[in-house]
Structures are given as structure tokens and as C-alpha cells.
Design a protein around this ligand. Structure first.
Ligand code: DLL
Length: 448
């Protein structure tokens, strides 16, 4: 055990890209024991570092009567209180930064739906680490050095565009920095530049598929082989839809700005069984969002992250609001996997006492061959009772009559499998607003 007399010195320094970029990093292949030993060392440093460098952490820990010295084994992490978006918002814009501005090389911000944005920052070391971890995800998802990668994640304050960009470069790919939107141009560039891989949100990739069809082209006929999709919840049914539409493999990538951005976890294109969390840099926990208790492996709950090597903005026990579960690693056995994100606790619809998430509707709707993946959930309160209308487009090649039949079946499925009554309206193909990034599914008109 190293002595923590100098909390300033990060025990981790990033390394240069390996000579053969097609091979996994040594840390990817670590055993569980090796990872946990590393986590312990890095956690000790992170706790001391946050306490000494950031007033908000010191005040929080002092108020809870805990001190970084109380951390004597990994289990002791639970002695430390949770943090959340509010904790970071209070520090707006730069008060939670642990280094001088002269050491910061990048600032991103996540807009959020209400209030102040959350500001995040990166030192030079962290930008390197970020590139390394995103490169790991892409490699695992089937992209190889030398591939051309079309990046349709939005560039700007959103971490998706630049985060994915530098990861692909780090892997040794040629990046096409297209960003989100301008769908016609996306189609043209995919045709002309012939990339092997595309990076996008799942719903924006559907918009791009529409763009191909609008020009009389079959999305299956492109050069694309791989898609790495994330930034919003998506289901296995959506994976199948996208894979069949483009004739590609689609893998997940997960992340959030506060913890780094894209690349906190990535999925193997071979096993397609959920994203592996890079646990040499992030320690995940699952907690019961109601009681705040830590849950055991496999149980569903809210994902909480502690960053182990972050320098500019320490993140300790950060509540993501993302609901999922932790599973043992497979393709990278030392690192745990996360199940699909079923939703965010703040995206949960409570309809006459029943909790439901848009992803549950997506899952059921996509089992109806005549219904498309384009849908919206509209919540109203005509009398005293809340009502949900599922507005969903029929598929281009399905008759209205057949789609109406499917809607009846879907309504029944929603009733039996989720427990909610709803109204379903069949919309014409192309009539609902398309995504150009993260899609908005819920339109809550109850307080209008
Ligand atoms: O969305 C980072 C990212 C960019 C991830 C590109 C993957 C690809 P934020 O804007 O801070 O960061 O939003 C983070 O998006 O807490 C989840 O609710 C959701 N999210 C991200 N990835 C996934 C995913 C980026 N693979 C929030 N599945 C997170 C489901 C996801 N939800």
C-alpha cells in the first residue's frame, strides 16, 4: 500500500497508444482481483484528492463525519455520501474543479432539461484517458485500425461528438466528423466516403435510414459494417431493427458527461450482451433509489459511479439516475457488465399508479411487424384521470387497416405486460418528428 502523504500526485498516468492498436489494452485483460486491487489504490487517492482540493467535497464529508482516512477497504466506499447533479450545479460554473484553469484543456457542458447546465472539464491526462477508453469500446464493438468512421454524434458542448472523435483517432481510424443533423448530407457522405462504421444515437440512425429511403436507396447497400450506438436508452428490438435495416452489427456504448462522456462502458459486437464498464477507471455500484442501500450483483437499481483517476472534476458516488443492473464480465471477465438501461428514474411515467418507461413501449411496439419504431407518448389529464396516448407510425409497406389491427394487439399487450390502459393512434409514415440526436419520447401535457 502506498502512502497517501501527497494526495496531489495521481498514481495513474496515461500511456501512449500501443504499437498494435488492434489488440486490447493490458488493463482490459486484468483479473477481477487485479482490478479490485487497482481500484482500492486509486480510490484512496481520489477520496483524498477530492477532500483536499474541492471545498464542496470537504464540506460534504465533514458534515457527514467521514474522512478519506476512513477508507480502509473497498467496502468502505459506502461510508461516503452520494453526490448528484444538484451537487455539481451548486458549484456552477467552475467551483468543483480541482485544478487551476491553466491545467484544463477542455470544457463540456450538459444542457439538462431544466436549470443550469452541468459543467465538466478535462486535463491533458484525462483527454488521453478518454481517447483510450473510447478506443477500447470501438475495438470491442468491431471497429479496426484503418477503418473509416462516420461520426454522427453532435459536436459541441455535448460530449458525444468530440469524445467519439478522439477515441476513433486513438484507435487508428480515419474519422469523418459529420456531427448530427443535415440528414441528406449524411447519406451523401456515407455513399461517397464508404465508411466501415457509423457512430450515432440509435434514433438518429433511424432518421438516416429514412434519408436513404427518401432518395430511393436501400440502407442495406452501404459500405457500413458496424454501428456503435448510445446516448439514449434503446432495446434489443431496436438493435434488431437497426441491424436488419442496414445489414450491420450494432453495439452499445454508454457514458455520461459528469463521469467522462461516451466510453465509460462499451459492448462486444460478438457477445452483444451489454456494455463492459472500464473498471480500472470507474467503480460502479447499484443502489436502491428509494432506500439508498447498495444492492448485490444482478439486482436492478440506480447506477452510481466513482471515478478513480479523474483530475479536473473529481466524481465520487455520483447518482446517474440510470436504472440497470450489474452483471459479471464475459468478453472482458475482470470488468463487470451493465444490463440495458431500462430508463432514467426522471423519465419514469407514473400513470394511475403504474410506473412505466418509454423503452417498455418500444420493446412491445417493435414486436408488431406493421408498426414502425417511430412513436411518441402523450400524457394528458382530460378529467381527473391521467391518460396516455401512444402515437405511432405505421410502416410504409403496411396498410392502415393492418396497422389498426396491430394497434389493438399492442394496446392489449401494454395492458397485460405493463399494466396500463392507453389509447393508440396510428400516424402516417414520416409524420412524427424525427430525432437528430437524443430523441424526445414523452410529451407531458397534463398541466396545460
Ligand atoms: O450521452 C454521453 C454519450 C455520448 C454516451 C455518446 C454514449 C454515446 P450525457 O449527455 O451527459 O452524455 O447523457 C448521459 O445519457 O445518464 C443515460 O441516461 C443516457 N445514456 C448514455 N448512453 C446510454 C446508453 C452522453 N448506451 C445520459 N444506453 C446517461 C442508455 C444512455 N442510455
Amino acid at each position: 500500500m502506498t502512502d497517501i502523504t501527497d494526495a496531489v500526485k495521481n498514481p495513474y498516468t496515461p500511456s501512449a497508444p500501443p504499437a498494435d492498436r488492434s489488440q486490447p489494452d493490458p488493463e482490459e485483460m486484468m483479473s477481477r482481483d487485479q482490478i479490485e486491487a487497482l481500484q482500492f489504490e486509486r480510490l484512496r487517492w481520489s477520496l483524498h484528492y477530492a477532500y483536499e482540493r474541492v471545498d464542496a467535497y470537504r464540506e460534504l464529508y465533514d458534515a457527514h463525519g467521514v474522512h478519506p482516512n476512513d477508507f480502509k477497504e473497498l467496502e468502505d466506499l459506502k461510508l461516503f455520501p452520494y453526490t448528484d447533479k444538484e451537487f455539481l450545479r451548486k458549484a456552477y460554473p467552475f467551483k468543483a474543479f480541482a485544478v487551476d484553469m491553466s491545467e484544463i484543456r477542455r470544457i463540456h457542458a450538459s444542457s439538462g432539461t431544466t436549470g443550469q447546465p452541468t459543467v465538466v472539464a478535462y486535463t491533458e491526462n484525462e483527454l488521453q484517458t478518454w481517447g483510450t477508453l473510447v478506443a477500447r469500446c470501438f475495438r470491442l464493438s468491431g471497429i479496426r485500425p484503418g477503418d473509416k468512421v462516420h461520426n454522427a454524434y453532435g459536436y459541441g458542448l455535448f460530449t458525444g461528438g468530440l469524445g467519439a472523435h478522439y477515441g476513433a483517432e486513438r484507435l487508428g481510424c480515419a474519422v469523418i466528423p459529420m456531427s448530427g443533423g443535415q440528414t441528406e448530407k449524411q447519406v451523401q457522405l456515407i455513399r461517397d466516403f464508404e465508411p466501415q462504421a457509423i457512430l450515432s444515437t440509435p434514433t438518429y440512425l433511424l432518421t438516416i435510414a429514412d434519408g436513404f429511403r427518401a432518395q430511393g436507396l436501400d440502407p442495406k447497400e452501404t459500405s457500413l459494417k458496424h454501428a456503435v450506438l448510445g446516448a439514449e436508452p434503446w432495446t434489443e428490438e431496436m438493435r434488431r431493427e437497426i441491424e436488419q435495416t442496414f445489414g450491420i452489427t450494432a453495439a452499445d456504448i454508454y457514458g455520461l458527461s459528469e463521469v467522462m462522456g461516451p466510453g465509460v462502458a462499451g459492448e462486444s459486437a460478438e457477445s452483444k450482451d451489454g456494455s463492459h464498464i472500464w473498471e480500472d477507471h470507474f467503480r460502479p455500484e447499484i443502489i436502491d433509489p428509494m432506500t439508498d442501500e447498495v444492492m448485490e450483483l444482478g439486482r436492478p437499481g440506480e447506477l452510481v459511479f466513482t471515478a478513480l483517476t479523474k483530475e479536473a472534476l473529481p466524481i465520487i458516488r455520483y447518482r446517474t439516475h440510470d436504472l440497470t443492473r450489474l452483471l459479471p464480465g464475459t468478453a472482458r471477465p475482470g470488468h463487470r457488465r451493465m444490463g440495458r438501461i431500462t430508463g432514467r428514474s426522471d423519465d419514469m411515467i407514473i400513470l394511475r399508479g403504474v410506473n412505466l418507461f418509454p423503452s417498455q413501449i418500444e420493446e412491445l411496439a417493435l414486436q408488431e411487424p406493421t408498426l414502425s419504431p417511430h412513436f411518441q407518448l402523450v400524457l394528458t389529464r382530460p378529467g381527473r384521470m391521467d391518460q396516455m396516448t401512444v402515437r405511432i407510425e405505421r410502416r410504409e409497406d403496411a396498410s392502415r387497416e393492418n396497422a389498426e389491427e396491430a394497434a389493438k394487439h399492442l394496446k392489449q399487450e401494454i395492458k397485460t405486460k405493463i399494466g396500463s390502459s392507453c389509447t393508440i393512434t396510428i400516424e402516417e409514415p414520416g409524420s412524427l418528428q424525427r430525432s437528430s440526436g437524443k430523441i424526445r419520447r414523452i410529451f407531458d401535457e397534463r398541466n396545460k
